[in-house]
Design a protein around this ligand. Sequence first.
Ligand code: GRF
Length: 203
Amino acid sequence: MRKEVLGILCSGRGTNLESIIKAQKQGEIRAEIAVVLTDKPEAKALERAAQAGIAHHCVDRKACATREEFEEKLVAALEEAGVTLVVLAGFMRILSPYFVRKFCGRILNIHPSLLPSFGGAHAHRDVLAYGVKVSGCTIHFVDEGMDSGPIILQAAVPVMDDDTEDTLAARVLEQEHILYPRAIALYVDGRLKVEGRHVTILK
Ligand code: GRF
């Protein structure tokens, strides 16, 4: 089987990145991590990549005049690194159809709620405001909509009466760190069959 080459995109602290690097080093993800890219120069994810000896750089969104220019630079960096699977790990930008078509069916994202509920940038705040009793996280393929692609894995956590955004986020994050490496491993092992919205895990 062809070995997948991962390119990981982050915006911030990069704890999901860390869990993916750990799983790859332990042989649970049988793929190469070729490059880590961020849209912000201060993203802690860059330091984590450096510590792990992974090529990394920032494509500074603020230094690009347009989203087109920014995404062209991202695509060039990913193609140059030979990336076959794009992993969005806390990447806080919506990608245009141009980018999504370049890596059609080969982009994964993690979202900190049980989609299709509470998509968008403030999932925990919205969960608490709505008063639901269960939240969680979702790993999904990226399509041209927002948080709308076929779902690969989900994990649920309870929402407590005294939760704040921070306590809920921490409970969900624990599950994210388990779920994302697992979903990536299933992809790189060729065990995901996608038919329309439905993703089946092959034995
Ligand atoms: C995670 O909660 C992820 O689900 C969301 O942004 C957060 C990123 O955290 N999209 P980290 O940078 O991986 O620590």
